[in-house]
Design a protein around this ligand. Structure first.
Ligand code: SF4
Ligand code: SF4
Length: 389
């Protein structure tokens, strides 16, 4: 379609879906220049303004966005870029333009309740041997929502197990959802499949209500965002928190007393911390994970120059973990190099996607930093032998 053929109805439709406007964008290009994943944001915004329907909907660049909000931070006009790109994805999905890999992930969620290829009935297996009850009408104060990544990926299961073990050590009243848990729908939302999203979200809200959930604790910041930002449009939700919020409270109250951890030779561990986009820029949770790390004797925390709201994205949000378009690699490699430049031996973070992307990046780039979730480090410090070996 020629961009000379204006369709103002298209701009109105995009804005109506997202509830935000593209008209204030004055095409400075700061967003495109600041995007770590090379998304052609300015051009997409121009296509919306000009009503170039086909150009916008066919632009595969929109599927490369990790929804990290770094561009929004830089935009001098305060354009809500991620919501506008999301509206384009909804229209592109309707026009059957979504990438096949994302469609495949969608089918996994539809058939088995997760995009990892795991069986629905195996969802609670990560918790075997932990002696943690499954939520029922008999309420516990906290119910842990493990999420698909920490339920099915063998490496990431250690994060879910660590969170449970730490909560047990704090004598927290905790249960899990086990087989009753299903995908939060983040990928369904990111691909723009609105009909299935509604069905999935309403079913999950029903499960939370039937399980007597009072406070839902998430491991993944992406699940946190779905429950806090998307679910309330469909029904009443319980209180939702990220695990770093409650663990930092337990530390404040003295319910958790970490012991020293060290390198194999007894040396102090120099660690840097990566702020996950969906925890930091989305919810301003910067201090809680740092407080947990700083409470662990033996860890010396050092910051990367790009930290907190300026942190570079790992590249995993917006469905990129299942898209395989190469963008994830680009961003996570750069961030891994930033971490290495601090002379740390450890990169701590608090999101399963970040852990996975940075472990891959360290291996590919031949960097020696160990990548750990904050919960794994805290759990290690609460074990008798806190050695890094
Ligand atoms: S930074 Fe903002 S104003 Fe500039 S082109 Fe991007 S969206 Fe438009
Ligand atoms: S990846 Fe981040 S910086 Fe790039 S367009 Fe998406 S939200 Fe903006």
């Amino acid at each position: 379609m020629s961009i000379l053929s204006f369709d103002t109805a298209f701009e109105r439709k995009v804005e109506e879906i997202g509830g935000v406007t593209a008209s204030v964008c004055y095409q400075c290009g700061t967003c495109t220049a600041s995007c770590p994943l090379g998304v052609q944001v300015r051009k997409i915004l121009r296509d919306i303004q000009l009503g170039a329907t086909n150009d916008a909907v066919n632009d595969q660049s929109v599927w490369g966005c990790a929804t990290c909000k770094l561009c929004e931070l830089q935009c001098p006009r305060g354009v809500n870029i991620t919501d506008l790109l999301h509206s384009i994805r909804i229209l592109a999905f309707e026009a059957r333009k979504a990438p096949p890999k994302l469609e495949q992930a969608l089918w996994g969620i539809y058939e088995q309740g997760n995009p990892y290829g795991g069986k629905k009935g195996d969802r609670g297996k990560w918790a075997e041997g932990l002696n943690v009850p499954v939520a029922s009408k008999q309420q516990t104060k906290f119910v842990l929502y493990a999420g698909c990544a920490s339920s099915f990926d063998p490496r990431l299961q250690n994060i879910a197990r660590s969170v449970v073990e730490v909560l047990q050590k704090a004598r927290a009243d905790i249960s899990i959802l086990g087989e009753n848990e299903s995908c939060c729908g983040d990928v369904v939302y990111q691909i723009g499949e609105e009909g299935f999203l509604e069905e999935l979200v309403e079913k999950n809200i029903k499960t939370f209500n039937e399980s007597g959930v009072e406070t839902l604790v998430t491991i993944s910041p992406h699940c946190l965002n779905m429950f806090k930002n998307v679910y309330p449009h469909y029904g009443k939700m319980p209180r939702v928190v990220h695990y770093t919020e409650i663990l930092s409270e337990f530390i404040d109250r003295g319910d958790l007393k970490p012991d020293k951890i060290s390198e194999g030779d007894g040396e102090e561990i120099r660690s840097t911390y990566h702020d996950p986009c969906y925890l930091g820029r989305y919810y301003g949770i910067y201090e809680e994970p740092r407080k947990i790390l700083e409470s662990i004797p033996g860890i010396e925390l050092t910051e990367m120059p790009d930290n907190k709201e300026n942190a570079l994205c790992c590249g995993g949000g917006g469905g990129q973990m299942f898209n395989e378009n190469g963008n994830t690699t680009r961003s996570s490699h750069e961030r891994a190099s930033q971490a290495a430049s601090t002379n740390s031996s450890l990169l701590a973070t608090s999101c399963p996607y970040c852990v996975q992307n940075f472990e891959d990046a360290m291996k590919t780039k031949g960097l020696k930093l160990e990548v750990r979730d904050v919960s794994e480090l805290l759990n290690r410090s609460l074990n008798r032998n806190g050695s890094m070996v």
